[in-house]
Design a protein around this ligand. Structure first.
Ligand SMILES: CC1(C)S[C@@H]2[C@H](NC(=O)CCCC[C@H](NC(=O)C[NH3+])C(=O)[O-])C(=O)N2[C@H]1C(=O)[O-]
Length: 348
């Protein structure tokens, strides 16, 4: 069925709700078969008062996981990798021998998520790592120090560790770092001029939104968390992009421009997350109130909330964003932007 037209008023109401709940700024860009709807609310930089601009770059957090998954599925298409093969075949002795590549990309390995401890205390945790550079091995060792959360191949148990290992796989199979793979296989082919793998540099290139981390202590002032290495995440979260580029990326993915039809079908094989969400291979599915399902990923990195989703045919995409984090009420406004974009104004 044809999608309802987006509802600009509902979209603006959702962005204003993000501000009412503590975000300095929020924005959304909808790309819909060539037409573009841009909305901004509030400010991108509290020091200068510069207002949000939908062309600004920002940290996309775990939307980076979809970039890593695309590279690995391209390697599957090229015969360099098989989804149901144990990771240890490619990285000998690394993990529980039962863990396969598919388990990694669908968060079914049981590998403990080291960020649970790293960020248990939000600002102290962030300050302790914001300038640190980790190796993949150091991050994996943090995870392996804890017992597995589930038996490999059974239930969904989200873990950043899975996409740290995905980065190790990319580097082993391509012989280059993940930034090279992203550039060669995704960024250059799609002309994503605002998209960069930024690690370990702490500066976001070009004009960007400042991020503001909300402390755990009620009433404590926001912390400018813009500059960090994101070395605690790397292939699980260190990409910088823009609303336009994420919409282009997800649309291209769903239109079969990045991986084969077979590989895309594998990415769209869902492990249940809850009654309205599934996780494929580095790809989320969200079922909206109007019966439309959308495909993409969400991201949370200190000071930056991102929702980036597209329709099944890739013709309509939205990236919505707020420049704060550790704020569940702001996070809960962003699903409303998906409703506005895809369930919009019901046909008369
Ligand atoms: C599954 C998620 C939500 S968490 C995961 C990843 N982000 C992280 O692992 C960072 C977690 C700490 C971030 C911090 N929170 C705290 O420190 C809380 N004490 C904050 O809010 O800035 C990402 O991005 N994913 C999101 C995703 O995929 O949507």
């Amino acid at each position: 069925p044809a999608l309802s037209a987006p509802d600009p008023d509902a979209l603006r109401t959702a962005l204003r709700a993000a501000l009412a709940n503590g975000a300095p700024g929020a924005m959304a860009r909808i790309d819909d078969s060539g037409s573009v709807l841009r909305q901004t609310e509030g400010i991108a930089d509290r020091a200068t008062g510069r207002v949000m601009d939908t062309d600004d770059r920002f940290r996309i957090g775990s939307v980076s996981k979809t970039f890593s998954a695309v590279v690995l599925l391209q390697l599957v298409d090229e015969g360099a990798l098989a989804l149901d093969t144990p990771v240890n075949t490619y990285l000998p002795g690394l993990l529980d021998p039962r863990i396969t590549v598919r388990h990694l990309l669908s968060h079914r390995t049981g590998l403990y998520d080291y960020t649970n401890d790293m960020f248990a205390a939000t600002v102290p945790g962030f300050e302790s790592v914001r300038n640190r550079v980790f190796t993949y091995r150091e991050l994996l060792d943090l995870s392996l120090a804890k017992p597995p959360t589930v038996t490999p191949g059974t239930t969904y148990s989200y873990s950043n560790t899975n996409f740290v290992v995905a980065g190790m796989l990319i580097e082993k199979l391509t012989g280059k770092d993940v930034g090279d793979a992203y550039r060669k296989r995704i960024i250059k082919p799609l002309d994503l001029d605002d998209t960069f793998y930024v690690h370990p540099e702490t500066a976001i290139p070009g004009r960007h939104v400042k991020g503001y981390l909300r402390p755990d202590e009620a009433g404590a002032p926001l912390v400018d968390s813009t500059r960090q290495t994101v070395s605690w995440a790397q292939s699980a979260g260190a990409v910088v992009s823009s609303a336009e580029d994420l919409n282009t990326f997800l649309s291209a993915l769903m239109r079969g421009k990045l991986v084969s039809g077979t590989a895309l079908a594998e990415m769209r094989t869902w492990t249940p997350v809850n009654s309205t969400q599934g996780y494929g291979l580095g790809l989320r599915r969200r079922d909206l109130s109007c019966g439309v399902s959308v495909y993409g990923h969400t991201g949370t990195v200190q000071g930056y909330y991102t929702f980036a989703f597209t329709s099944a045919d890739g013709k309509r995409s939205i990236t919505s964003f707020a420049n704060t984090s550790n704020n569940g009420t702001v996070l809960n406004t962003l699903p409303r932007t998906l409703e506005a974009a895809f369930c919009g104004v019901p046909p008369v």
